[in-house]
Design a protein around this ligand. Sequence first.
Ligand SMILES: [Zn+2]
Length: 489
Amino acid sequence: MRTTVIHASWIVAYQDGEHRILHDGVVAFRGDRIIHVGQEWSQPADIVVHARGKLVIPGLISTHGHISAQAGDRLVLDGGRRDLLRSGFLNYVPRRLGGGPGFSAQEDADASIAFAFYSLLRGGVTTVVEGGNTAPVGEAMVRLASESGIRLYYSPAFAGGEYFFEADGRLQLVRDERMGLEGLERAIEFIGKYHNPDNRFHGILNPDEFYLSTPRMLCETKRAARDLGVGITLHFSEQLFEFHDTLRTTSRTPVGVLAELDFLGPEVILGHCIYLSGHSMTGYPYGGDLETLASSSCTVAHSPVPLARRGIALQSFQRYLDHGINLSIGTDSYPNDILGEMRLASYACKIVEGNHEVARAGDIFNAATLGGARALQRYDLGRLEAGAKADIVIVDFNDLAIGPVWDPIRALIHCATPHLIDTVIVDGATRVMNRELVSIDQADLLARVRQSTARVWGAFPTCHWSGRGAEDEFPVSLGEWKEPRESIQ
Ligand SMILES: [Zn+2]
């Protein structure tokens, strides 16, 4: 096994239970493990990397990412139906109740999945938890994750119901517990077949949405996760009516229901987790939910960018943190830009709280590294120390976008973009080098995913209740140029 040594101007090194800045130091790794972090390396090395003016950080962890091209989310932007109460996906995901193809029927699944993995890697994500995908693409997901080199937590999501559009556009939720339980069985089988940590693939059970789950489904998921020794993730309290319907039918908040079912625990990652008691939009200004989440040791996967696109914010990152909840960062739909999520996590909280001292850069950085590792109960990820996995990201600070550096973590959170990611190493293998993907032709991948997504958009009238084209339902920002008949030459 070869030994690689990286010399860098700044290294985020893990020491005594926290990240610290090591100036002009080294990180050495052999095979898939870090063997040394410190001021110097005096042993022989096979490969020496000089990262002068660069920052070395642990691979970032996205605890909630939708592995796809996001053909639908890209349509909605700041539009969408008012009666869907800012739930973006409900604008396009439901099929016609009378039958017909689903929104993604025309999609090239391989191109769409590969696009997501490679763009995440390009942005410095070395580990991703798939946030919820019920499509039968499990084999492609595992194969393409392995090809790309990313570390993936996934199994096909299962739901105890489905959304449909009536012919006149009314939204119907058709519940089906049997479908959910059968999906759970398939997910258990899938994990039994594919779970392979040596190949960076880990099972995690995913009952897609709390709102589409029954108590029986949740309890059986909890039991299956314990038997398999895997975690659980699901969308939770992402929709306003989910909070109110749950409150009305159970006289408990969604958090209260999970607590009563004894569902919460350190193996559970709650995607989004927005509408809790005390959130101003719920009209339920009472305490309790944050305390319950904290005492359960579960994790919140926070993706501020898609929330902001819908005019929603967590209330707030700092309140959750102060209550002792484990916070992590998710990349959700698009763009696959975890640095962008980290920056907005800080800004959105400062605005919500009206306080510049909250959601500090160090706390955000911890969420994207140590918080994600704790979510996965992986104490060998999200940190640079001897014995940890060789998941390493080098960020090139020799750039006008960064400018003068007082504090490399503030510079990273407030100034860095994915294009400054110089090198990405996962499990000791280099996947991005000199700001380029190593193992795939980026132009070809981009052409494939654009072709596939254009087909999905072109077929919009066949799947949407309205029969209208995507261009009418979700108009683009600017009108088309009209060439004048006569022009002055
Ligand atoms: Zn999601």
